[in-house]
Design a protein around this ligand. Sequence first.
Ligand SMILES: [Zn+2]
Length: 267
Amino acid sequence: MEIQWALGADVAMAFDHVVPGGADLATARDAMERTLQWLERGARRHRELSDGRTVGQSDGERLTVRPSDSPTVRQTMWPILQGGAHSELRIEGLRRILDQGEWTGLAVGGLSVGEPKAVMYEMLERLAPRLPPAVPRYLMGVGFPEDLVAAVARGVDLFDCVAPTRNGRNGAAYTADGPVNIRNAAHRDDARPLDPTCDCETCTTFSRGYLRHLFVAEELLGLRLLSLHNVRYLMRLTAEMRAAVRAGDYERWAADWRRRYTQGETT
Ligand SMILES: [Zn+2]
């Protein structure tokens, strides 16, 4: 908590113990109990830091903290809900997180860690009506386009994930017409952009053929260009989702998006 405070993060995250997707009930409960205990200790320390109290010794150095000078730089702290793929455990964990205090946001962790996608969707559906309606919901570590679209339908507001850059470095790009593997020989002489609907620097500057050449030649620029595109793709996707939610038209929008994304080319 001290490090997050010193870094000046806007949102400090609680600590959590993540278990693999197939973890049994006892293992998942053990991790959840630990996560709840850490939350209590972390929140206590965070209150001390927010109040400007001097913090104890750490590595021989005394860290003195002051309250934020203005409300705009004040740090908030969010809990993380664990519980594996056991919905009853997650519902109990959520109740106990809410019993610990009022939060400005709430994260759901430990999903998309090897369990079937249907299990993740079911967890989100069970939790959705129980989450405080006015508090942002952050689904941690989820970043594939189809998962974002499915999770927003189930009430999620925020995401973070390594997928867009990790996939980009592997030559996998998200496009409006589905995933593209730029290493595929089919792109060798392709003068079209990676995604004709995209306004990113990669798509407005380079052809698929050139991007493929970069990967085949093991030129590092290729990794960067696909990563940039994938991040931009997700930003445009979330902007579209926001617009559809505001227009009250999300279901239809998501069906159209899914049809194009899953029936498009997959080369
Ligand atoms: Zn692009």
